[in-house]
Design a binder for this molecule. Structure first.
Ligand code: C2E
Ligand code: CA
Ligand code: CA
Length: 699
C-alpha cells in the first residue's frame, strides 16, 4: 500500500496525472452510458452501440495509460515502439468490445460478470503490452506478486463495474458503474507500476524509430478527439431518432389508423385541454356525440370495405367544415365525437352539430352505389351541464340516444330530464327481466277480418305487461327496451309459445300472427326454435303467421332471407308488417317470399282526407295485386275507413272497428258465441263432409 502511495505521489507529474484522471473520468461516464444503451437495444443497433462503447472504453483506457506514462518521472524512458503501442490499443478496444458484448447477451445471467472479467483482463493485457512498448535506457524488473495482484484487481473491479451498470444495483447505476470503472483502470495501472523497477544500463537503441513523448501526446489528443466527436454525433442522431419515434408512438396512441382523426384517447385529451384552457366569462365547450344511422346495414349489404370507405369519407367531409377551436374524433365503430371550444351557449352548440350533420349527409359513392348515410347527434355543454369530462361525454351520449329514438337524422341537446328518464328505463329493463318468471305477462288477441263478409280470418297476438308496482306498461314502451337489452329474444320465444299453445286449444283452427323482432330474425337458430315450439304445442305450421318489419330484414338481408326460407319450409307464413313506414322498397317485396302485406295504420287513420295516405294505399294495392300478395289494412277504426278500403279493393282489415286486442278467455268466449250464432256453420259442415281441416277456407 505504501509502495502504491509513493508510486502515485512521488513518481508522477501531478498536472499530467490530473489530465490522465480527467480523461479516465469523462471516458468512463461516456463508456458506461454507451454500454447501458447497448443493453437496451437489439440486433444491428445493439452491435453499433457495442462497437462505439468498445472504441470509447478502449480508447479511454489506452489514453489514460499513456498519459499516465507521460506523467511518470523517469529520465530512462526513451520513447515507445510504434507497433506495440498500436497493438496495445487494438487489444484494449477489442477486449472491451468483447466484454461488453458478452455482458449484453442476456438480461440476467452470469454472462454479465464474465463480460466484466474479460474487460478487466483486457485492461491488464493492454497495460503490459503498453509497458512492453516502452523503450528505456536499461532493463525492466517486475515484482511478480504485484503483477498478479494488479491483474486480479483489474479483473475483479471490471466485474464490479459491469455488474453494477447491467444489473442496475442503484438508481444512479451508470454513474456508479463509471466510478468503479475509473477505480478498476487506475488501481490496475498504479498497482502494476508500484511493482516496477527500471534498471539503467548502457544499450544501443535507435531512438528515431520510437514515438516521442510529444508525438504520443498529440496522438492521444487526436484519437480521443475523434472518438468523442463520433460519439457526440451518434448520440445526437440517436436522440433525434428517439424523439421522432416517441412522437410517432404518441401519434399512434392518440389517432385512429383508419380515418387519421383522433381516437377515443385523443378525444378525451382534447376535451381535457379544452376544459382546462382559460375561457372568457360565460363561454364554454360543446361536446357532440355522433352515431351513424344505417351503418351496420351498409357494412352488411356492401361489405366492410364500403363501411371503411364511408367512415373515411365522412371523417374527411366533417374535417373540411371545421373552424378553429373545433375538432372531430372517432370513438370506435360508427361513433364519433366532436368538440367546439369557446361557445356562448345552446345556439352555438346546435349550429356546430347541425353543420356536422350537413357534412355527414353529403353523398358518398361506392362502386356506383350510393352509400350516403345520416346520423343521430346529441350534445352537452361545459360548464352548464357538467364540469366533469366523463359525465359530459355520457350526457352527449344520452342526448344522442334520444336523437336516435326520435327518428334519427337530427340533433338533440342534453337536458336534466333525460337523466331521470334514463334511470326509469334502466329500472323498467330490470323489472322486465323478471316479468316472465313473475307471471306479469300475457298475450292478447286482436281480430283480423274480411273487409266484405266481416268474418274472422285470423288474429294478431299482442304482448301485454302488467307490473304490480307500475300497472299496465304498453309494448311501445317496453318492446324497444327489450330490443336494446337483448331480452327480446327470450320475450319473443315466450310470446310464440304462449300464442301457439292457446291457439292449439281454440275451437276453430284460426290463424295466429306473432310479431318477430329484428334481433330474433338475426338469430340463426330462430327457425329451429319455431319448429320446436310448433312440435311441442301441436299447432299446425300453416296456422302460424310471423310478422316481420323491414327494419328486421334490412340489417342483415342475406341472414334474414335464410331464416325466412327455413320458416317457409316448415310451412309457416310470413307477413310484412308496418308497410309504408320503413324503406318500403319494391326490391324487398320482390326478394322476400311474403304471404301478406300489412299496410301501417299511419296511412289508414286519415285515408278519407289525406291524398298522400290515399296514394300510398293505392300503390300498395297495385303492388299487392301484381305480386299476388294479399294486403291487410291496420288501424281500421271507422265505417268510413272500411268503405274507403273496400273501394280500393283491400280485402283484409284489422282495427278497433272490429275489436280491441282482448285476453285469450274473452276471445274464446267470442268464438263460442259466434259458433252458437251459426257463423261457423259453413266451416263445420265442410269439416264434417271431408273430415279434413279446409285451412284454405280460413285464409
Ligand atoms: P303492431 O305490430 O303494429 O301492432 C298493432 C298495434 O296497433 C297494437 O298496439 C294494437 O293495439 C294497435 N291497434 C290495433 N288496431 C288499432 C286501431 O284501430 N287504432 C289504433 N290507434 N291502434 C290500433 P300495441 O298492442 O300497443 O302494440 C304496439 C306495438 O308493439 C306493435 O305494433 C308491435 O310492434 C309491438 N309488439 C306488441 N307485441 C309484440 C310482441 O309480442 N313481439 C314484438 N316483437 N313486438 C310486439
Ligand atoms: Ca304487428
Ligand atoms: Ca303493424
Amino acid at each position: 500500500m505504501q509502495k502504491l502511495f509513493n508510486c502515485v505521489v512521488y513518481l508522477h507529474d501531478p498536472i499530467l496525472l490530473a489530465c490522465a484522471v480527467l480523461i479516465l473520468l469523462v471516458g468512463s461516464i461516456v463508456t458506461m452510458r454507451l454500454f447501458s444503451r447497448a443493453r437496451h437495444t437489439k440486433n444491428d443497433i445493439q452491435r453499433l452501440w457495442l462497437i462505439l462503447a468498445g472504441m470509447i472504453g478502449g480508447g479511454t483506457i489506452w489514453s489514460t495509460h499513456f498519459v499516465a506514462m507521460l506523467a511518470y518521472k523517469s529520465d530512462l524512458i526513451l520513447g515507445y515502439d510504434l507497433t506495440l503501442t498500436i497493438t496495445s490499443l487494438i487489444i484494449v478496444v477489442c477486449s472491451t468490445m468483447l466484454g461488453f458484448a458478452i455482458a449484453s447477451l442476456k438480461t440476467n445471467s452470469l454472462l454479465i460478470e464474465l463480460g466484466g472479467a474479460v474487460l478487466g483482463f483486457g485492461v491488464s493485457m493492454m497495460h503490459y503490452t503498453g509497458m512492453a512498448a516502452m523503450k528505456i535506457q536499461g532493463g525492466v524488473q517486475w515484482d511478480a506478486a504485484t503483477v498478479v495482484a494488479s491483474v486480479l484487481l483489474g479483473a475483479f473491479i471490471g466485474i464490479a463495474c459491469v455488474s453494477i451498470t447491467a444489473r442496475k444495483f442503484t438508481k444512479y447505476y451508470n454513474l456508479w458503474g463509471a466510478l468503479v470503472f475509473v477505480v478498476a483502470v487506475a488501481l490496475m495501472h498504479f498497482t502494476s507500476m508500484s511493482g516496477l523497477t527500471l534498471v539503467p544500463a548502457n544499450m544501443s537503441i535507435e531512438v528515431e524509430k520510437l514515438i516521442s513523448n510529444t508525438a504520443l501526446g498529440s496522438g492521444i489528443i487526436v484519437l480521443m478527439g475523434c472518438l468523442y466527436l463520433t460519439t457526440f454525433i451518434t448520440s445526437m442522431i440517436d436522440m433525434k431518432n428517439e424523439s421522432a419515434t416517441s412522437e410517432h408512438y404518441k401519434y399512434l396512441a392518440l389517432h385512429d389508423p383508419l380515418t387519421g382523426i383522433p381516437n377515443r384517447h385523443g378525444c378525451e385529451k382534447y376535451l381535457k385541454d379544452f376544459i382546462l384552457a382559460p375561457l372568457p366569462e360565460n363561454r364554454g365547450v360543446a361536446i357532440v356525440g355522433i352515431d351513424l344511422d344505417r351503418f351496420k346495414s351498409i357494412n352488411d349489404v356492401h361489405g366492410h370495405a364500403a363501411g371503411d370507405h364511408l367512415l373515411k369519407t365522412i371523417s374527411s367531409h366533417v374535417s373540411q367544415i371545421l373552424q378553429p377551436g373545433e375538432m372531430i374524433g372517432r370513438f370506435g365503430g360508427d361513433e364519433f365525437v366532436a368538440l367546439k371550444s369557446n361557445i356562448g351557449g345552446k345556439d352555438d352548440a346546435s349550429e356546430f352539430a347541425e353543420r356536422i350533420l350537413k357534412a355527414i349527409r353529403q353523398p358518398v359513392m361506392w362502386n356506383d352505389a350510393d352509400i350516403s348515410t345520416r346520423a343521430s347527434l346529441g350534445f352537452s355543454m361545459f360548464p352548464w351541464d357538467s364540469e366533469n369530462p366523463i359525465q359530459l361525454l355520457e350526457q352527449a351520449d344520452l342526448a344522442m340516444y334520444y336523437a336516435k329514438s326520435n327518428g334519427k337524422d337530427c340533433v338533440v341537446g342534453y337536458n336534466k330530464a333525460m337523466d331521470s328518464e334514463n334511470r326509469e328505463r334502466t329500472t323498467l329493463a330490470t323489472a322486465l327481466a323478471s316479468a316472465i318468471e313473475n307471471e306479469e305477462l300475457s298475450v292478447h288477441y286482436q281480430l283480423q277480418n274480411d273487409a266484405q263478409t266481416r268474418k274472422i280470418t285470423g288474429v294478431e297476438a299482442l304482448l301485454r305487461w302488467h307490473n304490480p308496482a307500475r300497472g299496465n306498461i304498453t309494448p311501445d314502451v317496453f318492446i324497444p327496451i327489450a330490443e336494446e337489452t337483448g331480452f327480446i329474444n327470450e320475450l319473443g320465444t315466450w310470446v310464440l309459445r304462449e300464442a301457439c299453445t292457446q291457439a292449439s286449444q281454440w275451437r276453430m283452427p284460426i290463424k295466429v300472427a306473432v310479431n318477430v323482432a329484428a334481433k330474433q330474425l338475426a338469430d340463426p337458430f330462430f327457425a329451429d326454435t319455431v319448429k320446436t315450439v310448433l312440435e311441442e304445442t301441436g299447432l299446425e305450421p300453416s296456422r302460424l303467421e310471423l310478422e316481420v318489419t323491414e327494419s328486421g330484414i334490412i340489417g342483415d338481408a342475406s341472414q334474414a332471407l335464410k331464416v325466412i326460407r327455413k320458416l317457409k319450409e316448415i310451412g309457416v307464413q310470413i307477413a310484412m308488417d308496418d308497410y309504408g313506414t320503413g324503406y318500403s322498397t319494391l326490391a324487398t317485396l320482390h326478394n322476400f317470399p311474403f304471404d301478406k302485406i300489412k299496410i301501417d295504420r299511419e296511412f289508414i287513420k286519415d285515408i278519407d282526407q289525406n291524398e298522400h295516405s290515399a296514394a300510398i294505399l293505392k300503390s300498395t294495392m297495385i303492388l299487392g295485386n301484381s305480386l299476388k300478395i294479399p294486403v291487410l289494412a291496420e288501424g281500421v277504426e271507422t265505417e268510413a275507413h272500411l268503405a274507403a278500403l273496400s273501394t280500393e279493393g283491400c280485402q283484409l282489415v284489422q282495427g278497433f272497428l272490429f275489436g280491441k286486442p282482448m285476453p285469450n278467455n274473452m276471445f274464446e268466449e267470442l268464438l263460442t258465441q259466434q259458433i252458437s250464432a251459426g257463423l261457423w256453420d259453413d266451416y263445420i259442415e265442410a269439416e264434417a263432409d271431408t273430415n279434413v281441416v279446409p285451412l284454405k277456407a280460413m285464409a
